[in-house]
Ligand binder design. Structure first.
Ligand SMILES: N[C@@H](CCC(=O)N[C@@H](CS)C(=O)NCC(=O)O)C(=O)O
Length: 364
């Protein structure tokens, strides 16, 4: 590896790798990328980062960065040119909010789009087989992804992707994809001609799952030409022009239905997860469980059930942090705007102070 080139441990099939990869390309940050072997995934990565997970970035000075949000945040500090987080208050807040939404609230739809269609399996199995056990006989190569498949099937149930809830998930997904397609008919990215943190985050579920998985692409992306074209721009290896965010902190009307839906789902989910975390007796610094119990909240006009995830609260705390860091007059302006979208409840959430330990949240 050349001295100034980072290494990205990733997978083509991985949601959060599909968030970081287009970001690195847009920024022009030199990196090489490869799928870890099973040894690297299950032994080397956990030794450095506490958990078997991708994406992981190893910087030229040897630092291991884990978590897509942290990778982007650190790299934004190191490579300030072509910033992907708008500097104006409403757009900035909205970019972090949509990162939280894309990363954590698209999970039921994203896992359904991958795991409910057997037609999708051979592609990810072949990607993992050859990368996990290079040089091993095919029989062994093909056994390894089955471990991951079994693990993911348990996770899917926890995320609410059960046969009873699939029609609801699909209704929600179609609504959100329609909102996005409508918006992208008017401009190339969410906040103008420059991709933002929100675009990269949505590339996670949309490019990492819906575009990667043939059955999902045919069903959900191909009928939506503007969204399909956006996914091509996001997934393309070509370096794109820098573009610009919309002037005067403008938030297009076409984002309004999506933002209103974001708050409607998010606030009850976060509130219930806060209550679960408060009822746990945990030492400060020791990490909380990955899943915290069943949560019911509204989704596409019905009640949806899935497990709460304390880590999601860590992400939500980052969004509240954006507001806390703004000068008072700008923070007030953002609050007024959030209230106009029905997001008052988000402003009222009292999230216990959390830090991140790998893929977990921990009480500070
Ligand atoms: N919040 C993390 C999530 C990373 C993540 O869930 N990665 C998936 C692949 S896309 C994984 O390796 N999961 C294994 C696990 O969660 O145990 C991030 O933003 O990077």
């Amino acid at each position: 590896m050349a001295a100034d080139v980072s290494l990205l441990y990733s997978m083509q099939l991985s949601w959060y790798s599909a968030k970081v990869r287009p970001y690195l390309r847009f920024k022009g940050i030199p990196f090489s990328e490869r799928t870890p072997t099973a040894w690297e995934y299950y032994v080397v990565i956990p030794r450095h980062c506490g958990h078997a997970v991708v994406p992981i970035m190893i910087t030229p000075d040897g630092e291991w960065l884990q978590d897509s949000s942290v990778i982007i945040e650190r790299l934004e500090q190191r490579y300030p040119e072509r910033p992907v987080v708008p500097s104006t208050p409403r757009q900035r807040f909205a970019a972090y909010l949509l990162e939280l939404w894309a990363d954590e609230f698209w999970l039921p739809a994203g896992v359904h789009a991958r795991w409910s269609f057997p037609e999708n399996y051979p592609k990810w199995r072949d990607e993992l087989s050859s990368a996990f056990a290079p040089g091993f006989p095919t029989l062994i190569q093909r056994a390894l992804p089955l471990v991951l498949k079994r693990f993911m099937q348990q996770v899917n149930r926890r995320l609410g992707a059960t046969p009873e809830q699939v029609p609801q998930i699909e209704r929600w997904l179609a609504q959100q994809l329609d909102h996005l397609d409508c918006h992208l008919a008017t401009m190339p990215y969410l906040f103008g001609t420059r991709p933002s943190l929100a675009d990269f985050s949505l590339a996670g579920p949309i490019c990492g799952h819906l575009r990667y998985d043939e059955a999902a692409k045919r069903r959900w992306l191909q009928p939506r030409p503007h969204l399909l074209a956006w996914s091509e721009r996001m997934a393309s290896g070509e370096r794109r022009p820098a573009g610009e965010f919309l002037r005067d902190d403008f938030i297009p009307e076409t984002l309004r239905p999506m933002l209103a839906s974001v708050f409607g789902e998010m606030v009850p989910f976060l509130q219930a997860t806060i209550e679960q975390v408060r009822s746990m007796s945990h030492r400060r610094g020791a990490h909380l469980p990955r899943f915290s119990g069943l949560v019911r909240f509204p989704l596409a006009g019905q009640t949806f059930s899935r497990q709460g995830i304390p880590y999601t609260l860590w992400m939500a705390q980052r969004v509240q942090g954006v507001l806390a860091d703004l000068p008072p007059s700008q923070a007030e302006e953002v609050r007024r705007w959030v209230k106009s979208l029905g997001g008052d409840g988000f402003l009222q959430l009292h999230i216990p102070r959390l830090s991140r330990v790998g893929v977990h949240a921990a009480l500070k």
